[in-house]
Design a protein around this ligand. Structure first.
Ligand code: ATP
Length: 357
């Protein structure tokens, strides 16, 4: 039996269904992210788990106990809010000790557990400082230490890194994962940042309009998105509309005068003769000088991203984004004629989008 189970969780606010029949099992020690665009119901889901929002329907089972109607303090979960919500008039040490004092632990136990939590979050040097005397990343660590020191069965993180600047944010992603793994705490994080979800999670739950549309490990989610929406939302991709036909060699489609045969691994539920979308990640495309690959194109823009060069190439089937690892100076310039090619097993075939997909 899974450690945390959400069964058919639903929340309606008057006419708005914020969360619609959401079911999810989380294993002990697992790090699961709820990922999706603004308004898809991530925060409402987290708040139902925390007990701040009552579910309209469904149930929440934690370690075998039904906590659907338990008050937040009875659930005893650790929570880190986007704004950290530290107590400004208390030192770091006092902030971290607060939850233990509320639980009336002995002075010795409090001191030992606070020391351990501060060490885990690498905050020993800052124990006597006040929150205003800390950087954003340090405050974030205090919020984490404060949530983890009570040894909660589940840690809930609501966009915990969104107030940090880009560099610190990336550093704190790895730090968050390190601390969570060291503590071994089952964790659920809400984020709208796909890179963050992929880099820290054991599994990612993609939500849209209150519903779960895919639950998978990060690599599987990226490599095999279930819908065109996920293929665009999780990472960057190129999509081309095609019509699939069947031949003795396998399923095929035509692109820029070339007949492309899909590998059997790309077999899909899409019916023969119906519209499909082919998704192809920018890093799976091989770009070379004119005439060297199957598809002709012209570089329309190039961008230097530090670790990558990104090219936008105009082709007969639309504007295609290609990314190339930066291990040499820029090779292709704007206006240059190039060729594109790829291994057929990089192609993912998805059912064509209905409106809203
Ligand atoms: P964001 O990333 O912007 O925080 P989210 O995915 O966390 O979005 P929620 O905050 O869960 O989304 O909101 C889901 C839907 O429920 C939205 O349409 C929102 O407007 C609505 N909603 C949330 N809270 C309430 C409320 N208290 N009363 C009415 N509607 C609400």
């Amino acid at each position: 039996m899974s450690f945390l189970q959400l069964h058919g969780l639903t929340k309606k606010f008057a006419e708005v269904t914020a969360v619609d029949d959401l079911s999810l099992n989380v294993e002990k020690g697992e790090f699961v992210s709820l990922l999706g665009p603004s308004g898809c119901g991530k925060t409402t889901t987290l708040q139902m788990i925390a007990g701040f929002v009552d579910a309209t329907a469904g149930s929440i089972i934690l370690d075998g106990k039904d906590i659907t109607f338990a008050k937040p303090n009875e659930r005893g979960l650790g929570i880190v809010f986007q704004t950290y919500a530290l107590f400004p008039h208390m030192t770091v040490e006092k902030n971290v000790a607060f939850g233990l004092e509320m639980r009336k632990l002995s002075g010795n136990d409090i001191a030992a557990r606070v020391k351990e939590a501060l060490a885990m979050a690498q905050l020993e040097k800052f124990a006597q400082r006040y929150p205003r005397e800390l950087s954003g990343g340090q405050r974030q660590r205090v919020a984490l230490a404060r949530a983890l020191v009570i040894q909660p069965p589940v840690l809930l993180l609501d966009e915990p890194l969104s107030n940090l600047d880009a560099n610190l944010r990336e550093e704190m992603q790895f730090e968050l994962r390190r601390i969570q793994q060291q503590a071994g705490t089952t964790t659920i994080m809400v984020t709208h940042d796909q890179a963050e979800a992929l880099s820290v999670s054991d599994r990612v739950v993609v939500m849209r309009e209150g519903s779960v549309i895919q639950i998978d490990e990060p690599y599987a989610m990226y490599e095999n998105p279930a819908t065109p929406f996920i293929s665009r939302f999780v990472g960057k991709t190129n999509t081309f509309p095609v019509t699939l036909t069947r031949s003795p060699q396998g399923r095929q489609f035509e692109l820029d005068g070339h007949r492309i045969t899909l590998p059997h691994s790309a077999d899909t539920a899409v019916d023969d003769g119906s519209e499909a979308l082919v998704s192809l990640r920018p890093e799976k495309i091989l770009i070379s000088r004119q005439g060297q690959g199957r598809f002709a194109g012209k570089v329309q823009n190039s961008f230097f991203l530090g670790n990558l060069w990104m090219y936008e190439v105009q082709t007969a089937f639309g504007l295609v984004t290609v990314s190339v690892i930066n291990n040499h100076e820029q090779v292709y310039t704007t206006g240059e004629a190039v060729s594109l090619d790829w291994h057929e097993d990089s192609l993912k075939v998805l059912a064509a989008e209905r409106t809203g997909d």
